[in-house]
Design a protein around this ligand. Structure first.
Ligand code: CTP
Ligand code: MG
Length: 357
């Protein structure tokens, strides 16, 4: 009976892995969508250069890291290479005016936001049935680097990493727990949780720790630091594949089930910090505890309910927007998903559609 149970679980897990894979494949952006987005980037870059001739417009976030779903937003970052720079505030204002005059975009400049950005959107068209939404920020070099880090992690084990991440993104959006403005977690936060889990929780690990591998040659401080943050990581993935192999053979479904189990029951939400650089850290060691006695405790208490350390900006809690209610909802959803996957549904597809209801 035990063995029969084991075999049926194995079969279920293989079937579910295949379903998960097929499910995310059909949610990937079409080549047309990618082409339209690239055209938009070029057009915007051309326009920005009429204000700042030495600027480049680069794509980051999901459009650049391999975790893009159909119709996802475009995150763009404007870098200015040299010369006298306008302030981000002035640039946002000027660019807003220019785009309003010269393009069909709906434009919303936010020059006085903590990070000044221009928000753009475009109405639906044949190449983009749902239109396009795009944020342009300035000099956000750390975001370009963390995008590259996530992309490298995706390249090491594309099937398992990408399927897990894309599934979690769709699932968290459908379950409405993917909005930092409403007290839940950003996509970036979910991606970091997956990588943390695959590097530090799984034993044997599915992914190496790219920030801690020994460098191939000595590197100087200035090569590795950006605004005081150590941004070095092992980024030669082709070379890595000749030196590092994961001993972990678990399927996508097994990993996902275990991910939900870990983040429903095991992760130490009250005291722990998930760090992809260092593994599980304590709130205490980072000064992120919900300390009632510290000044302004209400604020810090709300900000550190859930703690995920940014890979480079280590003083930054990526999940600082998650509120008490938000965390409660997220954990409830992790439990629900874990329960559905751990049960014995007749068919994998049924489990999957239930999961994204
Ligand atoms: N980012 C960051 N710090 C955050 C949130 C985001 O540096 N606290 C940067 C990261 O470079 C991230 C990018 O902004 O890759 C986009 O974040 P987000 O929109 O959350 O992730 P996407 O992968 O773009 O997800 P989606 O498809 O849902 O837009
Ligand atoms: Mg995005």
């Amino acid at each position: 009976n035990h063995q029969a149970h084991y075999i049926s679980r194995q079969r279920f897990s293989a079937e579910l892995s295949k379903c998960l894979f097929d499910f995310v494949i059909q949610l990937l952006p079409t080549p047309e969508e990618l082409a339209v987005k690239e055209d938009v980037r070029k057009l915007l870059e051309r326009l920005i250069r009429t204000i700042e001739p030495n600027s480049r417009l680069l794509s980051f976030g999901s459009t650049a890291n391999g975790f893009s779903l159909r119709n996802s937003d475009m995150d763009l970052c404007c870098l200015i290479d040299s010369g006298e720079r306008l302030s981000a505030t002035d640039l946002v204002t000027m660019l807003g005016d220019l785009l309003n005059r010269e393009t069909k975009f709906h434009v919303k400049p936010l020059p006085h936001a903590r990070i000044p950005i221009v928000k753009l959107s475009l109405d639906p068209s044949p190449g983009l049935p749902l239109g396009i939404a795009c944020d342009i920020g300035f000099e956000n070099r750390l975001a370009l680097e963390n995008t590259r880090l996530l992309m490298c992690y995706a390249m090491i084990d594309p099937t398992r990493v990408r399927t897990m991440v894309l599934f979690l993104k769709v699932w968290s959006k459908r379950r409405k727990i993917n909005s930092p403005y409403k007290g839940t977690l950003s996509s970036y936060g979910y991606v970091l949780l997956v990588i943390y889990f695959l590097v530090h929780v799984k034993n044997p690990p599915v992914l190496p720790n790219l920030q801690m591998l020994p460098p191939l040659r000595p590197i100087s401080e200035e090569d590795t630091h950006l605004n005081g943050h150590n941004i070095w990581f092992f980024d030669d993935i082709e070379l890595l594949s000749t030196r590092w192999h994961s001993e972990n053979t678990e399927s996508i479904a097994e990993l996902l089930t275990d991910f939900f189990r870990y983040f429903s029951k095991e992760f130490l939400y009250n005291t722990g910090v998930a760090s992809i650089r260092e593994g599980l850290l304590t709130k205490e060691s980072k000064g992120w505890q919900n300390d009632l006695s510290s000044a302004g405790y209400n604020d810090s208490r709300e900000r550190n309910r859930f703690c995920i350390e940014d890979p480079f900006e280590v003083d930054f809690n990526v999940s600082r927007c998650v509120t008490r209610d938000g965390l409660y909802t997220i954990r409830g959803e992790f439990m629900r998903a874990g329960r559905i996957l751990a049960g014995r549904p007749e068919r994998a597809l049924l489990a999957l559609s239930q999961l994204c209801e």
